[in-house]
Ligand binder design. Structure first.
Ligand code: CA
Length: 366
């Protein structure tokens, strides 16, 4: 099997969306008529990753066997390393890796989870990830949490999404919102708190102590992601599990985070490595006894690729992340992932298991 064509493009979800709100997809076609689909990190609409795919990676990959994906993509990463390996390049490589695993599944008539060794569980609970709470009042936070509880999530995460250039702006207000959500859901319900990097070490420890008293499950990205030692300092100072890693793009960088003391890491399949990259992360975290709870915000390809990985994890006790997808409907897939009774069922069709509606894809590609 040889790659004959690589098509990298944005997908519009609404007629009035802006380029920065679109998804970044890639389709790989082969000489035996198979196609594989992948997705890149959606930051800034994925435009930078799509450019790297079209201009730099596609010429290297045409004519190659997609079943050699790990060798091809490691070679490509090292050839382009001076672009800066983190972000746009790793997102581009992730999209191609996912598409080549989709192809591998179609070529062998097996779903990806079978190719990577099987699923511990094919019905995967999720947690509702709720963003934008920094700007909301405690009452507004409560209302949106109530709304999302209707999907029967196994847990709720409240994200603050404040500006990363202003730290510790309202510690008491943030704690009050955490307390209000705890009052709403009751003592036993699993809750997580995502600071989105907006505290100092001192501020983070103060908020973390409050979250411990409120019985929160984990405390995500308390300080700037690039302050790896500070992230570890907060993790070691607190009893609550501190998590980080959604802005980590290479395996050595993930290892640095673990060495600093972070005991739950959250690499993202569309930001680093795709299926192959997350399998390597799984081996690393297992060796260290660290929890792997992948970050995931993309409701179709990214989410489905992530389900195949999470189902295979030995430490798969934590639910998968699920953002509110209402602003990005799924018309280009005939069988998009949708939670039913609080779980996602792993697709059993070959590859990712997503069936593309070609007419809708044609209408929405940009
Ligand atoms: Ca996060």
């Amino acid at each position: 099997m040889k790659i004959t064509d690589i098509d990298a493009f944005q997908v519009r979800w609404a007629p009035d969306d802006t380029p920065l709100q679109r998804s970044a997809f890639v389709i790989i076609r082969t000489d035996d008529g198979l196609t594989g689909i992948g997705e890149a990190s959606p930051m800034q609409g994925g435009v930078a990753s799509l450019g790297v795919i079209s201009h730099d990676l596609a010429p290297m990959l045409i004519g190659q066997d997609p079943l050699d994906h790990a060798v091809i993509l490691d070679r490509a990463m090292h050839a382009l390393i001076k672009l800066g390996p983190e972000g746009a390049l790793t997102g581009a490589l992730a999209a191609l890796d996912i598409a080549m695993w989709d192809l591998k599944g179609k070529a062998t008539a097996l779903p990806i989870y079978k190719l990577i060794g099987g699923a511990w569980n094919t019905a995967l609970p999720f947690y509702a990830s709720i963003g934008g709470n920094g700007e909301r009042s405690p009452d507004q936070v409560i209302r949106i949490v109530e709304e999302r509880l209707k999907d029967q999530p196994a847990a709720i995460k409240i994200r603050f999404d404040n500006k990363r250039t202003s730290l510790d702006t309202d510690l008491a207000g943030d704690i009050e919102k955490a307390r209000a959500v705890r009052r709403l859901v009751g003592d036993g319900f699993p809750l997580a708190f995502d600071a989105n990097n907006c505290y100092t070490v001192g501020g983070a420890i103060r908020v973390g102590r409050a979250l411990e008293e409120l019985g929160y499950w984990w405390f995500e990205e308390p300080v700037q992601h690039y302050h790896v030692r500070a992230m570890g300092e907060v993790a070691r100072a607190l009893d609550i599990t501190v998590s980080a890693g959604e802005q980590t793009y290479t395996l050595p960088a993930l290892n640095d985070l673990i060495s600093a003391g972070v005991r739950m890491v959250q690499p993202d399949i569309v930001k680093m490595g795709g299926i192959t990259g997350l399998l390597r992360c799984a081996a690393l975290t297992h060796a260290h006894g660290v929890e792997l709870v992948p970050h995931q915000t993309q409701p179709t390809i990214g989410h489905t690729a992530n389900l195949h990985i999470v189902a295979s994890l030995l430490q798969n006790a934590k639910p998968v992340e699920w953002n509110d997808p209402s602003s990005r409907t799924h018309p280009i897939f005939e069988n998009p992932p949708v939670p039913i009774g609080g779980v996602f069922h792993l697709p059993r069709d070959p590859g990712l298991g997503l069936r593309v509606n070609e007419t809708e894809l044609k209408n929405r590609r940009h």
